[in-house]
Unconditional design. Structure first.
Lengths: 345, 333, 273
């Protein structure tokens, strides 16, 4: 795994991103000081529970936020330019074309009154493709995502597709514009497990074929494991731990990551008992002044309430936001890396 | 081992079809009415004091099966025997006093509680309607049951909208357990919850099962959750049970190719173990026009001629481990 | 309750103030004027607004202000009275139709279709032909046509609530239909009927006034806004005050009920989720 870590060119570099929502006169700190980069050809994952800010962060990247949202500070550098400073015209050239997005529910994300073909062709606006080329490309895209008899299905509407095929059609339409980055927001959450398996493998395959990068948003550690090169764990709008997937799953060093792992039922785990995390996540309108996880943390000390810990790099590429991450040294992860005897910690 | 255990529910050849409304032109041209065969000839024993998981993908009929055996739906044919009593044909009136024996916990903690009823009123109504206790004891009983599910007294005069998803699911469990049921159906009780909350609810269900000696039919599509909680597992595919056995056996040596595929489809938590190809391609066929033979044959990598012609029966292969497949022998090795 | 619930609801408050004033006018009209609304004064026919007659007089010399004030009683009675019976009957039918479905539902919906297809005014005129013009004919015709909106509205709400998991849970608990309807269905479908009811009062008042205007409803000399407007129409070019003032009162009172309906719907929606 360690030799697979991509040291290639950075495609997207997000620095100290903050997002605030305002409603009923209250300020909600949805995203707090998030920094990360995505390299060419890499799959980067956000994992966290509902309301942790993972979707908001991904939408902020293409400035697709609700009207009551503000981005008070931060930089989103894509190909050398700051997306937050772009004019709407220039932004439109990036959205959809350079950065594509797929969603959990194809039925609501695609237009029900247009055929797959019509929606696919919208992606070709602005190119000087001939009609024949468009047709050819559209068929090729459907074939790429494994939709049988693509010539026929191109003329159909989204409701004529079954659940798994809908997701494939959405992926095909999004990818028709040849994006460099695909943002996938819970793309398999609404699917049955055998279909989820198909979509995971499909995105992995296409990513390699097209050489694009993927930003995956999910609550499911299993999906992370099967798709991502690197992962960020989010809690209450903060990144609390980032690492390559193997490191995160084998030697987690943030108590929240460890908590998620201990709470996850899995046939792959040796220890069968489940240890839930006590309590519930804090409201984004009323975050604790210290570490956001402190009220639920079993390792908590006084310092945690008083002071927000910084993201610290504890080994190359492994960052943790915790005052007492040392306490988790040697903690058991989801998997053990001893089997292959090779790790970079 | 299973023979010694007492059966709480015996289900014999149960069928539940949902007719599809015909268009007026179809009625006039006398086209035969089609139906969705949600539950198609299921025979199953559920033992006292066990957690039996029912797994399968959406549309396989697992929820319809559960709702039929507690007589929320009327069965089309077959028999449901609970505690030695045949409840299949009982009228609503006869059934009413027996209803409290079977309770249900639902999937969506947001739509499973009446938004306009306070938690205390909801529980009070149950205690009084089913004469669980004297009116004077109701308040104490409510506090007891709330404590059992890990909620404090101040939940009594609050509306469901004031609780989080996990707390609502606890209220749903309290509602089901308040009437001292013997049998509990839990329909995807944790699939709408976050992981950390999911573990709280699973542990709670496990504790309460022991404490009340409950028999639980645990419906889920999540094989990891099932592995953690169930004693036995029944795998459903298109209205039929294709495999049934102890949890350990099902996971360590699945006999039916569909079970094997389900287990392999569940994402592996070791990022080093990534497969290139999915465990199975395609979607399950529609439960309306089911071809003869084994229902899985069309997608099965092991299917031979016989599979397309003859419907395999659910047979006991090893003690307590049943499978409906013509070719299970060829698969295991 | 949380802070959101206490949020001041402006339209509800304004609505209640307007309707409250109208109600006081209806209950204690003599507080506002010393004139008898039906007293004819041949010496002051078609007098324009003045200190003596602030809204002027009509062609019989009757004080318009007094007539407008005294009208509130009958107009509110028409609005509320014409709405209340259809509200209960329509809601009950909607619940039965939605909850039981099947043949009951199919039958009720066909009956409803027939009533939908029947023009209201034609029906009203037919009833007037039987009973003679007057407030009785007004009520009967409005009751006959008013229920169907409630039935349709409530039925569609019931269809949603009926399939919710909490109703399923109530069935699992063995509760009988009546208990499920009273405890689980009605509290969750009633709010939309109430909201519609508030705006329905406006519609009833308006169509009551319209009927009187056409001479089918309240008969002269009983003061009623629609009837006054109707009576004044012949003099519109020379005595605008006869029609304008009752018109303003009719519109403002209607607005009051509309605002209440609006405010209620906000309030009830907040409580739901």
């Amino acid at each position: 795994m360690s030799d697979k870590i991509n040291t290639g060119d950075v495609l997207l570099d997000v620095k100290n991103l903050n997002v605030r929502f305002y409603s009923n006169g209250r300020e909600m700190k949805a995203v707090n000081g998030v920094s990360f980069n995505i390299k060419k050809g890499e799959t980067f994952g956000f994992v966290g529970e509902s309301g942790c800010g993972k979707s908001t962060t991904s939408r902020a990247i293409i400035r697709l936020l609700a009207e009551n949202a503000k981005i008070p500070s931060g930089e989103i550098i894509y190909k050398g330019q700051d997306i937050l400073k772009l004019s709407n015209d220039k932004l439109r050239k990036i959205r959809g074309k350079e950065i594509g997005m797929i969603f959990q529910e194809p039925m609501t994300a695609l237009n029900p009154v247009l055929t797959i073909k019509q929606q696919m062709y919208e992606q070709f606006i602005g190119t000087n493709m001939t009609k024949a080329q468009k047709e050819e490309k559209a068929v090729e895209m459907l074939r790429l995502v494994g939709i049988p008899s693509p010539e026929k299905r191109l003329k159909e509407y989204i409701h004529q597709f079954s659940g798994g095929m809908r997701q494939r059609a959405m992926i095909a339409i999004t990818l028709a514009a040849n994006p460099n980055l695909l943002i996938a927001d819970e793309p398999t959450t609404a699917l049955d497990v055998t279909i989820q398996d198909q979509i995971i493998k499909l995105i992995n395959k296409i990513k390699d074929q097209l050489g694009m990068s993927v930003l995956l948003i999910t609550h499911d550690l299993g999906v992370i494991s099967q798709m991502c090169d690197r992962v960020a764990v989010m809690y209450a709008g903060y990144f609390v731990e980032t690492a390559d997937t193997l490191t995160l799953f084998s030697v987690p060093r943030h108590p929240y990551t460890k908590g998620l792992i201990d709470a996850l039922p899995s046939t792959d785990k040796k220890d069968l008992s489940l240890k839930p995390i006590k309590g519930t996540a804090p409201s984004l309108a009323d975050l604790p002044s210290g570490c956001p996880f402190a009220p639920r943390c079993p390792y908590k000390e006084d310092k945690c309430d008083a002071e927000l810990p910084e993201m610290k790099e504890i080994s190359p590429g492994h960052m943790v936001r915790c005052h007492f991450h040392e306490k988790l040294k040697g903690a058991q992860g989801l998997i053990s890396i001893d089997e292959e005897g090779d790790n970079n910690v | 081992m299973c023979e010694e255990r007492k059966k709480l529910l015996e289900i014999k050849h149960l069928k539940k079809y949902f007719p599809i409304p015909r268009k007026i032109t179809e009625v006039l041209s006398k086209k035969p009415q089609k139906s969705v065969k949600a539950v198609d000839d299921i025979t199953l024993d559920i033992y006292e004091d066990e957690i039996l998981a029912l797994v399968g993908e959406s549309g396989c009929g697992k929820s319809s099966f559960a709702r039929t055996i507690i007589r929320l739906y009327d069965p089309d044919s077959g028999q449901i025997i609970m505690d030695g009593k045949d409840i299949t044909k009982m009228s609503k009136k006869e059934l009413r006093p027996l209803k409290r024996n079977s309770q249900m916990v639902f999937q969506d903690p947001y739509s499973s509680l009446n938004p306009r009823m306070m938690v205390g009123d909801m529980l009070k109504e149950e205690f009084l309607y089913h004469h669980i206790c004297e009116p004077s004891e109701v308040d104490g009983k409510i506090k007891d049951i709330l404590e059992k599910v890990g909620l404090s007294d101040d939940a009594i005069d609050r509306f469901p909208s004031e609780f989080s998803g996990g707390q609502r699911q606890r209220i749903g469990i309290a509602r089901a357990l308040a009437v001292n049921p013997k049998f509990l159906v839990t329909d995807e009780p944790v699939s709408a919850l976050d992981i950390s909350i999911q573990a709280q609810i699973l542990n709670l269900l496990k504790e309460l099962q022991k404490e009340y000696s409950l028999t639980i039919l645990f419906i889920s599509h999540n094989l990891n959750v099932v592995y953690y909680i169930a004693d036995r597992v029944a795998v459903m595919y298109l209205g039929k049970i294709v495999e049934l056995g102890d949890t350990k056996d099902i996971y360590s040596k699945p006999l039916h190719p569909y079970t094997d595929i389900l287990i392999r489809s569940s994402p592996n938590l070791d990022p080093r173990k990534r497969e290139e190809a999915p465990a199975i391609n395609g979607n399950p066929p529609s439960p309306i026009d089911i071809p003869p033979g084994c229902r899985f044959a069309q997608r099965c990598p092991f299917a031979k001629d016989i599979c397309h012609k003859e419907l395999p029966e659910l047979k006991e292969i090893y003690p307590g481990h049943m499978c409906a497949c013509h070719r299970y022998n060829n698969i295991n090795n | 309750m949380n802070k959101k619930a206490i949020k001041i609801n402006v339209s509800l408050i304004i609505g209640i103030i307007i309707v409250g004033i109208a109600l006081i006018m209806a209950l204690f009209p003599s507080m506002f004027t010393n004139y008898d609304p039906e007293a004819i004064d041949a010496t002051a026919m078609l007098a324009p607004p003045s200190a003596e007659h602030i809204f002027g007089t009509d062609n019989y010399g009757r004080d318009i202000f007094a007539r407008v004030i005294y009208s509130a009683r009958i107009d509110l009675l028409i609005g509320v009275g014409a709405m209340i019976i259809p509200f209960f009957v329509g809601t009950a039918l909607g619940i039965i139709s939605g909850y039981y479905g099947g043949k009951v539902d199919a039958f009720l919906m066909r009956v409803l279709d027939i009533f939908m297809a029947f023009p209201y005014m034609v029906l009203a005129i037919a009833i007037v032909a039987i009973t003679g013009a007057g407030i009785k004919a007004l009520f009967i015709s409005m009751w006959l046509v008013g229920w169907k909106e409630y039935t349709r509205l409530v039925r569609s709400e019931v269809l949603v609530v009926k399939n919710s998991e909490y109703v399923e849970a109530a069935k699992v608990l063995g509760y009988n239909d009546l208990r499920i309807i009273v405890r689980s269905i009605i509290p969750n479908v009633l709010s939309s009927a109430i909201v519609y009811g508030a705006s329905d009062i406006v519609m009833c008042m308006m169509s009551g006034a319209a009927m009187s205007y056409l001479g089918l409803g309240v008969q002269s000399p009983t003061p009623e806004w629609g009837a006054i407007i109707s009576g004044g129409k012949a003099f519109l070019s020379i005595a605008w005050w006869i029609t304008i003032f009752p018109g303003i009162f009719l519109v403002v009172t209607g607005l009051g009920f509309s605002l209440i309906g609006d405010g209620l719907s906000d309030k009830l929606r907040q409580k739901g989720r």
